[in-house]
Design a protein around this ligand. Structure first.
Ligand SMILES: [Fe+2]
Ligand SMILES: [Fe+2]
Length: 169
């Protein structure tokens, strides 16, 4: 069993992961409308990853005999000034999620729930990877600037991303 406190915190994180998926889907739509299909594919993969993060946690709560309680998902932004503005928001959002994951780990440790601590380490590692990959896209985008040929090439590159669900351990 997991404590009530940690159960509530995990439900909060399930909501945060679903919100992330929602936000990235909104960004997917924005890129599609702007004629950047490669960026749209990249962002859709990002949304699929978030959905995976949410359902992985959902399964864990059930597995531990907790109670999954789904709350309303907040409305995401839908307008941005530029691709750069979108990616800057993604980077900021991922940093925010990293703080949430760290708080969750602290909560698991406070509750002396070692199984949950181990479970959450997967998310700790995942956040390192996410922040790094978004940082990489962000620096490329800054290099390209307003160069349309560069933007065209980058869109092709971004479109190569495929979502592969991690194999269950
Ligand atoms: Fe996530
Ligand atoms: Fe993420």
């Amino acid at each position: 069993m997991i404590s009530k406190k940690l159960n509530d915190a995990l439900n909060g994180q399930i909501n945060a992961e679903l919100y992330s998926a929602y936000l990235y889907l909104s960004m997917t739509a924005w890129f599609s409308a702007k004629g950047l299909p490669g960026f749209a594919i990249w962002m859709r993969c990002q949304a699929q990853e978030e959905l995976f993060h949410a359902t992985k946690m959902f399964d864990y709560v059930n597995e531990r005999g907790g109670k999954v309680a789904l709350a309303a998902i907040a409305k995401p932004d839908s307008k941005w000034d530029s691709p750069l503005a979108v990616l800057e928001q993604v980077a900021k959002h991922e940093e925010h999620v990293t703080r949430l994951i760290n708080d969750l780990v602290n909560c698991a440790l406070d509750e002396r729930d070692h199984a949950s601590n181990i479970f959450l380490q997967w998310y700790v590692t995942e956040q390192v990877e996410e922040e790094a990959s978004v940082g990489e896209v962000l620096s490329k985008l800054k290099m390209v600037g307003k160069d349309s040929a560069g933007m065209f090439a980058m869109d092709l590159e971004m479109g190569k991303r495929v979502f592969t669900p991690p194999v269950a351990e």
